[in-house]
Ligand binder design. Structure first.
Ligand code: ZN
Length: 464
């Protein structure tokens, strides 16, 4: 069976939207209530997707709610360098700031390129303080370990985990030579990617992207993939992991829709964030000219495949992908010599990497849970402040971290990783499922110690 790629909302033969190429349309919000208009109720009912709000299926409902739970936690919603307000297209006041950021970025680029002089290999660790180089290098020797502590690595790299990790992996695979990638362009691209993640988001920031990239690397090394993936697959898989949440605003799609954000209109309320992440990545690829030496058709194909991978991370389409995966496994018809099948497996691998936090050792998993809950509750606080309906799981007074995690694991993570374990029945899959079970039990124990929760958080279908 041929696997169809998810086609983009906007065809690639059209120009990348102006907000991407101008790089002034990145998402951020202002706390100024005067900027908030009354939400249009028609918009609230226009959300498209595979999962109906009216469905009685618990899994579907929970996934729908998770679509509601990606929340911004940024304190105060100060406009960032590439900010725009939710109801305006461009915040012109940030343009000066934009130039400043670009200058800083350029300076970092010069600094890093200077380090190249006289060397044949770009070593990102050169930018680190001497004291940390040894430890960060030592960690990279274990980059394929499922216990890899990304938080520690980010500290050791002085907040440059995404640049350092991605460059190291691309270099390790020999992809710079194979694709004749210009080291300085690549370095500049990665620095800009890292910068375009919102560092004030507790969860959807560059550290999450680096974590997903590391997880993706672990999956790429699994025997079934390692023996069949091409260099192009690996390059796309790693770049998609690094860019899959680019410029994430820390709020979810329903928030953008109900607040009439221009991106919701641009992408017609469908995979709004994922389309933006992809278009932002394409904007950086073109700005840095990373693929400019490739034939135009090849470059467009890479961009299209990158989009197909990033769009697969839309959690509201989980059942669609999972159903397709299950059908393939039941029919045992996956043939990894087939390019479209390999691409589908890359999509599934990226989806797993994106939500693998509950499959990590408890000490790491718990930290991710705290961060994502912080974002959820921050969106709820913003919604309360502006008298918007509080999104499911975002109300800190009605939901608890433990119950959110147990629901997430039960309805989203377990079904996905059970199928992944069928596809790739390896020690890593067993390890991940083992951690998942243990972590769920730990959250269960903690919930027991908490005071009785309100009924709605135990019933995922109940509106908040
Ligand atoms: Zn993500």
């Amino acid at each position: 069976m041929e696997v169809c790629y998810q086609l983009p909302v906007l065809p690639l033969d059209r120009p990348v939207p102006k907000h991407v190429l101008s790089r002034r349309g990145a998402i951020s919000f202002s706390s100024s209530s005067s900027l908030f208009g009354a939400p249009d109720p028609r918009q609230l009912s226009q959300r498209r997707g595979a999962i109906s709000y009216d469905s009685s299926d618990q899994t579907a409902l929970y996934i729908r709610m998770l679509g509601d739970v990606r929340v911004r936690s940024q304190v105060g919603f100060e406009p960032e360098g590439r900010g725009s307000y939710p109801y305006l297209c461009i915040d012109f006041r940030t343009l000066h700031c934009e130039r400043l950021r670009r200058l800083l970025s350029f300076q970092r680029y010069l600094h890093s390129s200077r380090l190249l002089w006289g060397t044949t290999h770009l070593n990102p660790l050169h930018i680190l303080d001497e004291d940390y180089i040894g430890q960060a290098k030592c960690m990279l020797e274990q980059v394929g370990s499922w216990n890899f502590d990304l938080f520690l690595f980010d500290r050791l790299t002085n907040g440059n985990s995404l640049v350092t990790m991605t460059f190291h992996l691309l270099n390790q695979y020999g992809l710079l030579e194979l694709f004749q990638l210009d080291m300085v362009k690549l370095w500049r691209f990665l620095v800009m990617v890292q910068e375009d993640y919102h560092s004030l988001n507790p969860y959807h920031n560059a550290v999450h992207a680096a974590d997903v990239t590391q997880a993706m690397y672990c999956y790429l090394r699994e025997p079934k993939l390692a023996k069949s993936l091409t260099s192009c697959d690996i390059l796309l898989g790693l770049l998609a992991a690094a860019t899959h949440d680019l410029d994430h605003p820390g709020v979810n799609q329903p928030f953008l829709i109900k607040t009439n954000h221009y991106l919701a209109k641009l992408y017609r309320n469908s995979s709004v964030l994922e389309n933006h992440h992809w278009r932002s990545a394409v904007g950086l690829l073109r700005e840095t000219g990373l693929f400019s030496h490739l034939p135009a058709e090849e470059g467009l194909k890479m961009e299209r495949q990158l989009g197909s991978l990033i769009l697969a991370t839309d959690i509201s389409r989980q059942n669609e992908y999972l159903g397709k995966f299950r059908t393939h496994l039941n029919q045992d018809d996956l043939c990894l010599s087939n390019a479209s099948h390999r691409h589908f497996i890359l999509q599934m691998a990226l989806k797993c990497a994106d939500i693998c936090n509950p499959c990590r050792p408890w000490e790491l998993s718990k930290q991710w849970s705290e961060k994502v809950t912080q974002e959820f509750f921050h969106q709820g606080d913003i919604e309360k402040k502006h008298k918007l309906e509080v999104s499911p799981l975002c109300d800190s007074q009605r939901n608890s971290m433990g119950n959110i995690q147990i629901g997430f694991m039960t309805y989203v993570v377990e079904p996905l990783f059970a199928e992944w374990g069928r596809f790739s029945d390896t020690r890593l899959s067993q390890t991940m499922l083992g951690h998942l079970g243990l972590n769920k039990a730990s959250w269960g124990g903690l919930v027991q110690q908490e005071r009785p929760s309100s009924p709605d958080e135990l019933e995922p279908s109940s509106p908040c």
